[in-house]
Design a protein around this ligand. Structure first.
Ligand SMILES: Cc1cc2nc3c(=O)[nH]c(=O)nc-3n(C[C@H](O)[C@H](O)[C@H](O)COP(=O)(O)O)c2cc1C
Length: 220
């Protein structure tokens, strides 16, 4: 047990943002949040920010309580932000029952956060399979071996199941999964947040407006 105040002392003063951060001029922001996101993501990749495509995916639990976990961004198109997982995982079941989600990217070295909210659709069988086949064989074996997030009795069970499924994958070229699914979050609102050393953080919110987007600044 940690004494009250101990952790406060540990985290106090740990810097959150670097001295130098990329400039952000909301006045020059493109009309579409997808274009601005792509600009920011490419910049994050160029700047060597760790795992810039790791994103927090928040869903509504089957019990109504929010749930969240980190997943990998697969692609971004005019339709939205794509992530992938098993339909029989908790998040898959949650998204089937309540097809809406929030995504949060945080790129600490750039002092940047992007928040996306929207409805969720699932890929076609072909899209889901194409993504599945691009995955590492062990990642595919894990999907075929068991239900994600089910209780695991032992690591030996895991090793045996993975080994069995790897053999199946090697024996049958293009072995498909019935559960692997690409989820697309179609944005209703996208917020770009840029830290400012003087704490006058810059926030630009895009919300759907007719065929296009309304852009508004938000109080930090
Ligand atoms: C960096 C990182 C990337 C991950 N990427 C994925 C992913 O793309 N798909 C996935 O299903 N789980 C991914 N996971 C695991 C999830 O965070 C989570 O543990 C798992 O999907 C089970 O979530 P659920 O029980 O809410 O369904 C990733 C975890 C980390 C830390």
């Amino acid at each position: 047990m940690s004494e009250p105040g101990l952790i406060r002392d540990v985290v106090r003063g740990v810097p959150v943002f670097p001295e130098e951060m990329p400039p952000f001029d909301p006045g020059a922001a493109p009309a579409s949040p997808v274009d601005l996101f792509v600009e920011w993501l490419k910049r994050a990749v160029e700047d060597g920010i760790a795992a810039p495509h790791a994103v927090n995916l928040a869903t509504t639990g089957e019990d109504g309580v929010p749930d969240a976990r980190v997943v990998i961004l697969k692609d971004v198109t005019s339709a939205g932000w794509q992530v992938a997982s098993s339909m029989d995982s908790p998040k898959g079941r949650q998204l089937r029952k309540h097809p809406a989600a929030a995504l949060t990217f945080f790129w600490p070295a750039a002092g940047r956060q992007v928040r996306i909210r929207g409805s969720v659709s699932t890929g076609t069988t072909e899209e889901n399979d194409a993504d599945f086949q691009r995955r590492h064989p062990v990642a595919r074996a894990l999907v075929l071996a068991g239900s994600q997030s089910a209780v695991l009795r032992s690591r030996e069970d895991l090793e045996a199941a993975v080994e069995e499924q790897v053999h199946r994958i090697e024996a049958a070229d293009g072995l498909a999964s019935t559960t692997w699914t690409v989820f697309t979050v179609a944005p209703d609102a996208v917020e770009f947040w840029q830290a400012d050393q003087e704490r006058r953080h810059m926030r630009l919110l895009y919300t759907r407006f007719g065929e296009g987007w309304r852009r508004e600044l938000l109080w930090p």
